[in-house]
Write a protein that binds this ligand. Structure first.
Ligand SMILES: CC(C)(COP(=O)(O)OP(=O)(O)OC[C@H]1O[C@@H](n2cnc3c(N)ncnc32)[C@H](O)[C@@H]1OP(=O)(O)O)[C@@H](O)C(=O)NCCC(=O)NCCS
Length: 169
């Protein structure tokens, strides 16, 4: 699934937009945060030059089949506060990954973002969404519970959560 232009989304407080190089500092902080990277990267904190390359790839994700990376930015300031990614687009299920900067947590920002991303992906015809959560990541488990995801199974130290499209439920 490819897009001719980036599918920007918005919520009352956030813009879910294309990554830009000015996000580097905030994105690198997030991917280097010792309380965050164990849940979102496979190989520890990500070096800043690598993060720059990731931004370049994320910016063009809509031209590639299979992935979309949204930078979450506060609508008023356009400041980067996190991201949501959709993987395996066109497959069943589409897989989600996400994180919010530590200073911006518990304000409902990820719940707000994921609701909008879910609406968008279901509107494209995705039959089901999944998220794989490391055991013990209560924040992410509770977040998914609050959005109506169901626990399915445990695989490779992660709990698999899924949500069906409203018309498939
Ligand atoms: C998981 C994460 C994205 C949540 O983002 P957030 O913006 O703080 O979440 P929200 O404020 O939208 O919270 C929505 C609900 O999730 C649950 N929740 C969020 N953080 C929680 C925490 N620290 N402890 C318990 N429940 C939590 C609550 O039910 C919350 O609703 P409430 O605040 O009304 O009680 C964030 O903690 C994060 O980035 N963690 C590190 C990266 C990560 O784990 N990514 C997911 C990988 S699967």
């Amino acid at each position: 699934m490819r897009f001719s232009s980036f599918p920007t989304l918005s919520t009352s407080r956030l813009l879910l937009r294309r990554f830009k190089i000015e996000d580097l500092h905030h994105y690198a902080r997030l991917l280097q945060d010792p309380e965050t990277h164990p849940y979102i990267t496979e190989a520890g904190p990500v070096a800043t030059p690598t993060v720059r390359g990731m931004i370049e790839r994320n910016r063009d994700s809509h031209f590639q089949a299979g992935h979309l990376y949204w930078a979450l930015a506060m609508a008023k300031s356009n400041t980067f506060v996190g991201y949501v990614a959709a993987h395996n687009l066109g497959d069943n299920p589409v897989s989600l990954s996400y994180a919010v900067a530590r200073a911006c947590r518990r304000k409902g920002l990820m719940a707000e973002s994921l609701r909008e991303v879910m609406r968008f992906l279901f509107s494209l015809g995705a039959p089901a969404l999944e998220a794989r959560v490391h055991l013990g990541n209560r924040a992410s488990e509770n977040l998914l519970d609050s959005l109506g995801f169901q626990k399915e199974t445990v695989e490779n130290g992660r709990t698999v959560f899924f949500a069906l499209a409203p018309d498939a439920a």
